[in-house]
Design a protein around this ligand. Structure first.
Ligand SMILES: Cc1cc2nc3c(=O)[nH]c(=O)nc-3n(C[C@H](O)[C@H](O)[C@H](O)COP(=O)(O)OP(=O)(O)OC[C@H]3O[C@@H](n4cnc5c(N)ncnc54)[C@H](O)[C@@H]3O)c2cc1C
Length: 482
């Protein structure tokens, strides 16, 4: 039986290890951090649990994109909380609030009510999302043609009202929208799943990680934390194992890496099968922006709990062309359920490019200088003010807050420049930006958000691609029944 090492216990590593273990392979999972989960990690302050990355998922209803897979992963019985069906997302744009309901029927009715002259265009948009969504399992066999179509051009051609275009794009801080590069496939897959249905998870990423850890344990898959892989060894043709913490060699016939491809390749010593051109190509891949996060503890009974996510944009926000600026122009407010109808803590998230924190990259985590602390404070205060433009009482409601920048994310997940969503896909160049799970080194495979699509949905689909590259598509289909 093959001996498999999976490097990195982010969602991609956990899922790939789970499927392979269930298929009878002997799998060991190595995680460099003290906690598993990568961007699913959580932390506690003053008794409140905060998520660092993942906040909500789409498509967990029985017809949804993620349902079958999450049933297979035995995750459906976790304490999922469906967001408000009439307003899973609330978008504030152009000084107006728009509700984005769940279910394509409700979605088209609500938006047609707000934009009565655009009803046919809204129906066309919804139909397009559903067609792309239906295509999700087929793209395991063939790459979808929609990778070669521009999302921005599609919207400009099909949606004539610029405000409606903003509303349709306004729930998309969960991806890096780029007018020049974002493929329609990425935009539509993600938006479709959240319109199908949207869910928060009580206990956040920790609940997901605990569920995977228990199941992997019962399948005999060992998870080792504080196990930083420092080398992927090979005999010049095939992978032979990995070196952990620069000291221990673990043999394996198959290695799956959940790391960014440039990090994976940096772990492989010079070998003729990996050409310099391949290495430089992965190093040149463009990554998404990072995130600046403000985890807030609120004064008691000041802010009602909203069973929705709120996206606020000021008048200067350019949703399709993010450029770093001192003043944030967008914010996503994510609530955690409290009691008596109030939220006790919540998160504010806004894109942040690594260039904004680059000058502190050589300083040490935990003892960064005062000007970095001041930079974060100024940014956090500006973000709180941006929320207060929509909810004036918010300005005085925050008791304490904690901040993270792309430097924090890079520290905890090892992803280059703390990118939130990994490699940016480019519709003009799907061949170079869609990354295959196979590599020139026999027995070495890739998985995770950088390959195909990011987010919980994207990483889950990618874990299937990776396993099918190892076992063959037929064996996977028999196992998962899709
Ligand atoms: C702020 C933020 C908010 C988000 N919100 C959402 C959301 O609401 N919904 C959604 O669906 N998605 C969301 N996402 C995206 C989603 O969380 C990610 O796409 C997904 O979790 C990435 O998983 P991954 O396994 O590909 O990578 P990662 O989570 O980066 O996992 C990689 C793992 O490898 C480990 N590692 C790195 N180097 C080594 C090494 N040398 N040896 C051993 N281990 C190593 C890391 O410690 C990490 O655990 C968000 C992301 C961010 C950053």
């Amino acid at each position: 039986m093959e001996r498999i090492i999976v490097i990195g216990a982010g969602l991609g590593g956990l899922e790939t290890a789970y499927i392979l273990s269930r298929m009878g392979y002997r799998v060991q999972l190595l995680e460099s951090g003290a906690q598993i989960g990568g961007a699913l990690q959580t932390y506690r302050r003053k008794g409140f649990l905060f998520d660092s990355g993942f906040h909500y998922v789409g498509g967990l209803d029985p017809q949804g994109s993620l349902y079958q897979l999450f049933r297979y992963f035995k995750l459906l019985n976790l304490p999922w909380r469906q967001l408000d069906v009439d307003a899973a997302d609330v978008v504030s744009v152009g000084g107006r609030l728009f509700h984005i309901p769940q279910g394509h029927g409700r979605f088209t009715e609500e938006l047609s009510y707000c934009f009565p002259n655009s009803r046919n265009e809204i129906l066309k948009y919804s139909a397009m999302l559903q067609t792309v969504g239906d295509n999700i399992f087929n793209s395991l066999n063939t790459q979808s043609d929609l990778f070669g179509v521009s999302a921005y051009d599609w919207l400009c051609q099909e949606i004539s009202d610029p405000l409606l275009r903003k509303v349709l794009s306004g729930t998309s801080l969960k991806m890096h929208l780029d007018a020049n590069t974002t493929p329609l496939y990425v935009f539509a897959q993600i938006n479709n799943s959240f319109i199908q249905s949207s869910w928060r998870l009580d206990g956040g990423g920790e609940s997901l990680c605990n569920a995977f850890a228990q199941q992997l344990d019962s399948l005999g898959c060992k998870i080792k934390t504080n196990a930083h892989v420092t080398q992927i060894t090979n005999d010049g043709e095939r992978v032979t194992g990995v070196v952990v913490n620069a000291s221990e060699h673990i043999e394996a016939n198959i290695v799956v890496s959940d790391l960014h491809p440039s990090v994976t390749y940096s772990l492989i010593p010079e070998t003729p099968v990996i050409h310099r051109i391949t290495r430089s190509r992965v190093n040149r891949l463009r990554n998404s922006f990072g995130m600046f996060t403000v985890n807030c503890i609120l004064k008691p009974r000041t802010i009602p709990y909203l069973n929705s996510n709120v996206y606020i944009y000021d008048d200067e926000a350019d949703l399709w062309n993010y450029t770093p600026s001192e003043k944030p122009h967008s914010v996503l407010v994510n609530y955690y359920p409290g009691d008596f109808g109030y939220a006790h803590h919540l998160d504010l998230l806004t894109p942040m490019d690594f260039s904004e924190v680059e000058k502190w990259q050589d300083t040490k985590f935990g003892s960064r200088p005062d000007d970095y602390i001041q930079f974060k404070k100024d940014k956090a205060e500006a973000l709180i003010q941006l929320v207060a433009t929509q909810f004036p009482s918010f300005a005085n409601a925050v008791d304490t807050y904690y901040t993270s920048t792309p430097l924090t994310y890079a520290h905890y997940t090892g992803i280059p420049k703390g990118s939130a969503f990994g490699v940016l896909k480019d519709w003009r160049s799907p061949i170079t930006t869609l990354i295959s799970p196979t590599t020139p080194l026999k027995g070495l495979f890739l998985t995770g958000q950088n390959l195909n699509l990011h987010g919980v949905l994207g990483v889950s689909m990618t874990s299937l691609l990776t396993v099918s590259a190892i076992t063959g598509i037929q064996a996977l289909r028999t196992e998962i029944n899709i």
